[in-house]
Design a protein around this ligand. Sequence first.
Ligand SMILES: [Cu+2]
Length: 133
Amino acid sequence: MSVTFAAAWLAAAIISHHAPALSARPRAAQAAAPRSISIEAERFSFTPSRIRVTVGEEIALRLRSADTAHGFKIEGTDINAEIPKRGKGEIVVRYKADAVGRYRFACSRMCGAGHDFMQGEIVVSAANEAKER
Ligand SMILES: [Cu+2]
């Protein structure tokens, strides 16, 4: 059996979403790398399916599949990526929410009977609320 594991590590597709900036100030203060969160997609759910962040926090969602190829879209954004099938690596989606709220994400690639139920949410709270949850 000759599995070329190196080939399975596809170059991560980096997708960025930023709301229009209010100012052109240099972002020197944001030197820290985005927090990395791993999500596994599997018919018909994402694990974890609820991601908690604070406003303005940039995260890197590392998505991989435990079975077939899936999709990952975040409503209200132009993020819509394909998660390669099991063993074919992961994709990294960068995301930053600029407003408090709940943002639904869902599978965007038909993957079977439960496809429509394959979703989750990103819960964005104000920085000073985060500790209470
Ligand atoms: Cu699907």
